[in-house]
Write a protein that binds this ligand. Sequence first.
Ligand SMILES: Cc1cc2nc3c(=O)[nH]c(=O)nc-3n(C[C@H](O)[C@H](O)[C@H](O)COP(=O)(O)OP(=O)(O)OC[C@H]3O[C@@H](n4cnc5c(N)ncnc54)[C@H](O)[C@@H]3O)c2cc1C
Ligand code: SF4
Length: 455
Amino acid sequence: MLNFTKMDRNNPSKRGVMDRIKDFKEVYNVFDKNKASEQAERCIGCGDPYCHTKCPLHNIIPAWLKQTAENDLELAFNISNETSPFPEILGRICPQEVLCEGDCSLNDTHGAITIGAIETHISETGFDNGLVPKFSKNKIGKKVAVVGSGPAGISAATFLLRAGVHVDMFERAPRGGGLLTYGIPGFKLDKHRVERRIDWLKEAGMNFFANCEIGKDKSFDELVSNYDSVFIGIGATKGKYPNISGESNSNVYLAMQFLTGIQERNFGEKISTLVDVKDKNVVVIGGGDTAMDCVRTSVREGANSVKCLYRRDEANMPGSKKEVQNAKEEGVEFVFNVSPLSIDSNGVNLVKTEMSQPDESGRCSVVEVSGSEFIENADIVILALGFEQELPDFLKKANLELDKWNGIKVDAVSKTSNPKVYAGGDSVRGADLAVRAAADGKLAAQTMLMEFSKK
Ligand SMILES: Cc1cc2nc3c(=O)[nH]c(=O)nc-3n(C[C@H](O)[C@H](O)[C@H](O)COP(=O)(O)OP(=O)(O)OC[C@H]3O[C@@H](n4cnc5c(N)ncnc54)[C@H](O)[C@@H]3O)c2cc1C
Ligand code: SF4
């Protein structure tokens, strides 16, 4: 350990650009044993590790780094899988620079430990060597219904099954995984990794009911009556519009229509909407991770040109810096400091913007520059402006307390206003991160287990 002066931070290698833009396979390679061990040896083993505090799951990162450096794969695997429901997935998709790695003590001086890449290596190499997640064989006589199979639902189910609780999971889509499956593209996360986790839950006794929408195919009241507890993790995927003229034109699509349609096609499933961008000039409006997924998907779908339009400057983009870099490498052009005024058949009418002087709180707002209007030609416009929570009928009827954005209100331990019902993930927080959804599911499971132990 403490090798940070002798060894630089190295990121995992990437597939070459010309190769990777031809398909939806993952871009990053997994560290081999030597690389993972060498990178883990850079850790200084802080007494009070900020990486652990900043990880929403409070993963015991220094412990599994130490075991990786010492080549004890099994112990590293067990420690990593103890606190996380799917470390190999989060190691790939977490924006580490604002979470664990952002708070690594080496970040500002020598470069943070490559925590996410080592986390992925531990589980993937563990699986290759026959290690598997462990579940309890002894049942405790309790049963929980989980509504939604995204990261929140999978996490809740994982921690309940480990403790011997029977779980039935209800999912309206044909496959499990939520946005891990139908949102995040395969070049960031191979879909088989999500399927593999769900298969382990099924092997541990979970019943998985696909194509079963609660409120339509089965009533929510039935779940509340028939189960000891219910967990709701139904996400937030209603796309936001910019509220400008032309936004409903036939050449304008929401990010999720675009990404989901392509994923459905890749799976060979019934396609809800297929946006054909081949040989077209595509513009994507937005600057977050969803926008990056749309531009990079457009490249892989053979678009003639792909531009990302964002109303602030590059430094203020909300998305992961490494995904912006990947998009640039793949040929995406960025147009910063522009705001859309309207959309027509020629493309998007834009106005240039600049940042105001900081207000008392230090925040700069976006100001339009008068007389700077121009047209960005486009055949297809994709809106990636964030998501809202839906209010399905079953939630209206369930009489759960909601916030003003239709988010389900929960207390500090994930309980809703109905003592039998728990909730977490985007349906509580609004659009957020997979790791926070996973942390919510874990907390809900832990609270349920505490309640069960009192009875
Ligand atoms: C394009 C895109 C890219 C992203 N990239 C990243 C990333 O790189 N890193 C990251 O950390 N986060 C990323 N996110 C965010 C992350 O995916 C979400 O925060 C996370 O998936 C939320 O988990 P969840 O379980 O709350 O909801 P979801 O993943 O949305 O899952 C909810 C599930 O509930 C099901 N459902 C809804 N209603 C019902 C019902 N009535 N009955 C039965 N089932 C129902 C849905 O079909 C869905 O499967 C991205 C999001 C998008 C859209
Ligand atoms: S789950 Fe995310 S935040 Fe936590 S250690 Fe892994 S990569 Fe870092």
